[in-house]
Design a protein around this ligand. Structure first.
Ligand code: PAF
Length: 281
């Protein structure tokens, strides 16, 4: 496994691989890898000749009061996991090289970036699309893989790729969950034992929404009320939003008809957790 930090070296490596007609699958991450990431890596291996994983805690996607500095980092552990998973190249750029003094070019997907998480995290998705566009230019993958836990993120990235005519295929992979249903996330590490237990109500609320639809309820407001009843069992969960919306536009729907996205964001202790489910009627 090669570990590359320099942007020029990564570009050269990718150029060489493409000359040899190798297909490159790319898994961009912010490190502190968990089962969700290893699932992406495994899927990537089945789709390509070479798997590149990037590990970069991207400063531009964190707000001034967010957890950029304290975001969990453990490069040695991450490299060990990548090695065990048979990753070919790990790209670990430095923030100073990604964002040199005077950096002022950003990629924004308007509209979608302002909905759901974009309301309480203004600028977050601009940071994501900017870094992903840069990483795509450096790694030049044929395929890039993203998890559906970050549903809004993958939707925005697909739109960016489409509208900027980027030559990369986006593959999405189902959310990986712990036994009690909690979606895996690097931020779960912030949870105390009690907070960890309480957090399982987030996927339970999503399940409640699914049950409601099965029982024949289609009013979005009634379903959201039922979900709130589940969440309200534990005061430690501070809801940011519970939304039922169109899976492509992310606009609120009044009734569940066809396919909808049910999405939750909540703070539990220091951790901001997000989760979602696609429900079909
Ligand atoms: O999902 C993440 O870990 C990040 O948002 C990403 C896509 C690696 C960009 O920094």
């Amino acid at each position: 496994m090669r570990v590359v930090s320099s942007i020029e070296e990564m570009k050269g490596l990718s150029r060489g691989l493409r000359k040899e007609d190798k297909t490159i699958a790319f898994v961009p991450t912010m490190g502190y890898l968990h089962g969700g990431h290893t699932e992406l890596i495994r899927r990537a291996k089945g789709l390509s000749d070479v798997v590149v994983v990037s590990i970069f805690v991207n400063p531009t996607q964190f707000g001034p009061k967010e957890d950029y500095r304290s975001y969990p980092r453990d490069m040695e552990r991450d490299l060990k996991i990548c090695r065990e998973e048979g990753v070919d190249v790990v790209f670990t750029p430095e923030a100073e090289e990604m964002y040199p003094e005077g950096f002022s070019t950003y990629v924004t997907v308007e509209g979608l970036s302002e909905r759901l998480c974009g309301v309480s995290r203004p600028g977050h998705f601009r940071g994501v699309t900017t870094v992903v566009a840069k990483l795509f230019n450096i790694v030049t993958p044929h395929i890039a893989l993203f998890g559906l836990k970050d549903y809004q993120q993958q939707l925005i990235i697909k739109k960016m790729v489409r509208e900027l005519n980027m030559d990369v295929k986006i593959v999405t992979v189902e959310t990986v969950r712990d036994e009690d249903g909690l979606a895996l996330s690097s931020r779960n590490r912030y949870l105390t034992d009690n907070e960890r237990k309480v957090s399982r109500l987030i996927p339970e609320a999503l399940k409640r929404a699914e049950e409601c639809v099965k029982e024949g309820v289609s009013e979005a407001s009634c379903i959201i009320e039922e979900m709130k009843k589940v969440i309200d069992r534990k005061p430690e969960i501070m809801v940011d939003y519970i939304k039922i919306c169109h899976p492509e536009t992310l606009e609120d729907v009044e009734r569940v008809e066809g396919e909808v996205l049910v999405a939750i964001a909540a703070k539990v202790g220091r951790a901001r957790l997000i989760d979602n489910l696609i429900i079909k009627k």
